[in-house]
Write a protein that binds this ligand. Structure first.
Ligand code: XMP
Length: 319
């Protein structure tokens, strides 16, 4: 948006929410930049009439649920954590198709939010939807590329009115709004993380074993990249994560054969996620990530590869 002023945006958005929203609100809170910015905005407008709901799908990154608890306290939010790990894992059993995974996760989210909304007596649902979400989900301008889960029919099915204050903004604008709202820097600079989480970073069927592998590999990758950035060796990429391929290949430890999965390192530079260039990470850093992943996940991961595809023609995520 030309001449976008985050402070003015915040004032206007709070006024608008105060005028439009009279009852209780639940927020689908993932802890990312978008939904945390919405949490802070709506909290300023309606206070304890807002309940921030974080669903632990089991597809979250390492220590994420604990970090959400801390963040909720820090931002003084009225919050609820729903443990839905088993529900999500069993619902995805045998499912391989990416859009099917999104549909199943989306439906489960609806069920959970429906129950929480009923218990809390909410009339409104707040969401961190931003412009690329509805544009890439087939918002009329382009072909539907992926059904980013926080766009699909949640409110119609739930009979809740929608509060989407960031709907017309792009990621970089949302970060500035988050900063203007004084949310912690680690949040407004946080990289995006998809709603279905690690489930769409496991290509093909999701199993508990694969979730454990990808969670550890992602953790190592994030730490190594962040450490390299802190030492000034690289600019932190816009998004950086691990993907697990179902392809198994032969490895060797000493003189013992191993047969494990393949991990892809994906790191991209972008402004809004609509297009992206793969990050030119040095071989030294890539090597470190590869060695640590194959040491820690010995026997489970025998190969690590680096994705050098831009968007387009690829998308950022594999699914
Ligand atoms: P793609 O893979 O479409 O990703 O190039 C663009 C941005 O969107 C994120 N993404 C998602 N976010 N639910 C979300 O909330 C989803 O299903 C989803 N799929 C992709 C992706 O991480 C990237 O930042």
């Amino acid at each position: 948006m030309l001449g976008f002023d985050p402070k003015i945006f915040v004032q206007d958005a709070i006024e608008k929410i105060k005028t439009d929203v009279k009852g209780k609100v639940i927020l689908a809170w993932s802890g990312g930049v978008d939904s945390t910015t919405v949490a802070a905005l709506v909290n300023k407008a309606v206070g304890s009439r807002l309940l921030c709901v974080f669903v632990d799908t089991g597809f979250m990154r390492k220590n994420e649920t604990e970090q959400m608890q801390e963040l909720g306290k820090e931002l003084k939010l009225n919050m609820k954590i729903v443990d839905a790990k088993e529900k999500f894992l069993s619902a995805l059993k045998g499912v391989r198709d990416p859009e099917e995974k999104r549909k199943i996760c989306g439906e489960l989210f609806i069920k959970i939010f429906e129950k929480v909304a009923e218990d809390f007596g909410a009339e409104y649902l707040a969401q961190g939807t931003i412009a690329p979400d509805w544009i890439e989900s087939g918002g009329g301008i382009r072909n539907r590329i992926k059904a980013h889960h926080n766009v699909g029919g949640l409110p119609e099915k739930m009979g809740l009115k929608l509060v989407e204050p960031l709907r017309d903004l792009y990621k970089d604008e949302v970060r500035n709004v988050g900063k203007a709202l004084n949310i912690p820097k680690k949040i407004y600079t946080k990289q995006p993380f998809p709603g279905p989480g690690l489930a769409i970073r496991i290509v093909g069927e999701v199993t508990e074993e694969k979730v454990d592998i990808i969670r550890e590999a992602s953790f190592i990758l994030e730490k190594e990249i962040e450490a390299a950035a802190e030492k000034g060796k690289i600019e932190i990429p816009w998004q950086y994560f691990a993907v697990l391929l179902p392809t198994k290949s032969v490895g060797v430890h000493g003189d013992v054969r191993a047969y494990g999965y393949t991990i892809v390192i994906r790191a991209v530079d972008s402004i809004d996620g609509m297009s992206a260039a793969y990050s030119k990470i040095s071989h030294e850093i890539l090597q470190k990530i590869s060695t640590r992943i194959t040491n820690v996940l010995k026997d489970k991961v025998t190969r690590v590869v680096y994705d050098i595809t831009n968007k387009p023609p690829a998308t950022i995520e594999f699914e």
